[in-house]
Design a protein around this ligand. Structure first.
Ligand code: NBP
Length: 478
């Protein structure tokens, strides 16, 4: 017998993805640099389906039916290149290498181009959902040549998560690096979502005066409404967890320094290159970075702040919690607006022709940012694929209009009480910036013309102009 798919790299993700394929009836060839992992998988999970354990690269390639479909699930970066170098010479034109790791999309573009010259189809495939997702159904974001999706797609549709309406959470995102690009932005949005939730938690704790257990209940209530999402759900779980050793809330015994693996940072770096204002995502990355500067934070402990004033009455605290829900929801709309703007810009820059409604659709299940909310983003783009921004969608615009008074009150309260809310504040500034009739950018242009003769355009006439700032201050055409 031969295998319809092969997986090399059998750490948590690869092992679970291989099991997922096998559980769905595919014969799966499995391979890992360290052979003991391959053996362990077959021994432990062999009863779940048909596995062919391969010890060498040659055995692995020989076990695959043609055209071969070979999934790489190794550590992103050099290990991926090493594995490609090992396998590519053993493959034949028409075979497929699928990289399911968290590759940078620029690496994926480079690899796709090099392998295309050998006639090998290279599919950069974003996978979200962690190890549980890999096993039970992830959200899958494959890029690469469209024709490879014709044969690979049906298999991915089988193993992927399904949205509530039954639609598989996978689509051909676009050529070369499109899939990994979209996965990158997914992670950036994930950072922003987590930061906004964190700010809501901190406000409920410091301003409303709620305990972690009470805040868990608030999040449970929110999870019944428009904020219904995986991240809100697990937030309630984490907040209600009590540390067994001390009896304290778990959240109080964890060191408050957030770590990151890099995809959030990439989202911001690429946004800077593309000129897309992803301020909410950037603030989320910076907030993690700030949290990690332990020495700097220790040295700043004595700095002055406002006198905190907890809300007295219970009703007052409950009303404040409702406002925080509005602020969280409005800020969330802004994060997604910014993330989808980045996808639009990437799609234009690299000619990917990404269907934004389809992206929202495949994020509805399996991935970390899965949420009821994404159904509405999908509907917005399906109704108007050329929507200039999510904020131009009538429903979202109306919702923000309804939330904005509370959103402002929450930002005011956070400033007054000295609770940092970079996410809520940046989202609000973005919103106000976009809706402003006039921006101080006109003054910026004046300053640039003054010190650097950079010229400016006028509101009333075509052309570029320069004022003779050092002379008689008359205006000349530039
Ligand atoms: P890791 O990222 O920890 O990678 C471990 C695997 O890489 C092992 O199979 C290891 O083989 C192999 N490997 C390394 Br390291 N260097 C190698 C080399 N030079 N040649 C061949 N194999 C090499 O595993 P993971 O956490 O399962 O993640 C796999 C991929 O999936 C990563 O790219 C990750 O970013 C991505 N991802 C992870 C998650 C998640 O939740 N963990 C979610 C989504 C995507 P060995 O056994 O011989 O050391």
């Amino acid at each position: 017998t031969s295998a319809q798919i092969g997986v090399t790299g059998l750490a948590v993700m690869g092992r679970n993805l291989a099991r997922n394929f096998a559980r769905n009836g595919y014969t799966v060839a499995v391979h890992n640099r360290t052979v003991s992992r391959t053996k362990a998988l077959v021994e432990e999970f062999g009863s779940e389906g048909d596995f062919i354990g391969a010890e060498t690269a040659e055995e692995f390639v020989a076990a695959l039916e043609r055209p071969r479909r070979l999934v790489i699930m190794v550590k992103a970066g050099e290990p991926t290149d090493a594995v490609i170098q090992e396998f590519a010479p053993l493959l034949e034109p028409g075979d497929m290498i699928i990289d399911g790791g968290n590759a940078h999309f620029a690496d994926t573009r480079r690899r796709e181009k090099a392998l295309r010259e050998q006639g090998i189809h290279f599919v950069g495939m974003g996978v979200s959902g962690g190890e549980e997702g890999a096993l039970h159904g992830p959200s899958i974001m494959p890029g690469g040549p469209k024709e490879s999706y014709d044969s690979l797609g049906p298999m991915l549709e089988k193993i992927s998560a399904k949205a509530k309406d039954g639609a598989p959470c996978v689509t051909h995102v676009g050529p070369d690096g499109a899939g990994h690009f979209v996965k990158m932005v997914h992670n950036g949005i994930e950072y922003a979502d987590m930061q906004l939730i964190g700010e809501a938690y901190q406000l409920l704790r410091d301003v409303a005066g709620y305990s972690p257990a009470e805040i868990a209940d608030v999040f449970r209530t929110w999870n019944q409404g428009r904020l219904d999402s995986y991240l809100i759900e697990i937030t309630a779980e984490v907040l209600s967890h009590v540390d067994a050793a001390t009896g304290k809330p778990f959240v109080d015994v964890v060191v408050d320094e957030a770590e990151q693996k890099g995809t959030g940072r990439w989202t911001v770096q690429i946004a800077l290159d593309l000129g897309v204002p992803v301020s909410g995502i950037a603030e989320a990355v910076f907030a993690r970075s700030l949290s990690g500067h332990a020495a700097l934070r220790a040295a700043s402990q004595g700095l002055a702040g406002p006198k905190p004033k907890a809300l007295g009455k219970e009703e007052e605290a409950a009303a404040f919690a409702d406002r925080v829900e509005q602020a969280l929801y409005a800020s969330k709309i802004v994060s997604y607006t910014q993330g989808f703007h980045e996808i639009t810009a990437g799609s234009e820059e690299y000619d990917w022709d990404i269907d934004l409604g389809a992206v929202a659709s495949i994020w509805r299940g399996g991935c970390i940012i899965r949420a009821a909310f994404l159904d509405r983003i999908r509907a917005a783009y399906d109704a108007r694929p050329d929507l200039p921004s999510l904020l131009s969608d009538e429903t979202f615009a109306r919702e923000i209009a309804g939330a904005q008074d509370d959103w402002r009150e929450v930002v005011i309260a956070s400033v007054r009480q000295g609770v940092p809310t970079p996410g809520f504040s940046a989202a609000l500034a973005y919103y106000d910036g976009l809706r402003a009739d006039r921006l101080p950018a006109a003054l910026t242009q004046g300053q640039r013309d003054f010190f650097g003769a950079h010229t400016y355009r006028r509101v009333d006439r075509e052309g570029s102009f320069h004022t003779l700032w050092g002379g008689d201050r008359s205006e000349v055409s530039a």
